[in-house]
Design a binder for this molecule. Sequence first.
Ligand SMILES: [Zn+2]
Length: 255
Amino acid sequence: MPYGMDDTWGQRRTGDASENRNFISPLWVPTGGFVSIRILSEHNQIYKNWTHHNLAVVSGDREYWTDRVCKGTDKCEYCLSGHKATKMFFAWAYVYNRYWPLSTPEEKRKNNVVEKGKANGREWLIETINGVKLWKRTFGKDDQYWLDLKNFKERFNDTLTDRDYEIHRLGEETKPTYNMMYLDPKPMSEELLVLLSSLPDLEKVALGEIITMDGESPQAKVVDLSPNVRSVAYTSGDNDGEDDDPDNIDDLLPF
Ligand SMILES: [Zn+2]
């Protein structure tokens, strides 16, 4: 299934075609490319919880991947079905541009408007985004991505939001690794400050209680989620389940 597929895609694909709701969409990075972003959620606002990642769910006659925050082993339908929870974080990020390598096949980006341009001394296919995305990732105590954030926070006087970053995606399509790079500090624009104050509650978004940027809740008649759990083919981060105490997620967090 395509990378980045999630609830909102499922809702969009199964919803009434005439509706034009502002669904929350995930941050994703093209293989071999990168995105330029501003992190909007400060380190102490990033939502973290045990989550069932890459869960196959059925909505109507369609099946897609999603993430569901775990409600606790004794009352969680996914735990009871044998699906293992992993640690995930959820944050808001403003994405300026998405950079695709020149070698990206046409069919991979046929729905994305790109223009050739230069960045970091190389040519890319540049897609203008300029929008808020939900940045969610699995992580573990050895996850470089997460440790990078911790290092940035310490180096930059206890903040992650004073500058722009780039997230680079390396490796094969099915086995990506991510590198974060930081830029020089730069005050947030007026536009971003206004956006920041209007973002939906991150915890409610993570819990699936809010599905649009306007704060709308899912409509039960549009999506009838029933768990159709199967094992996960691809995960990243620490997913071994060993020495992970579900009651003590904060003990393992760098922030
Ligand atoms: Zn669970």
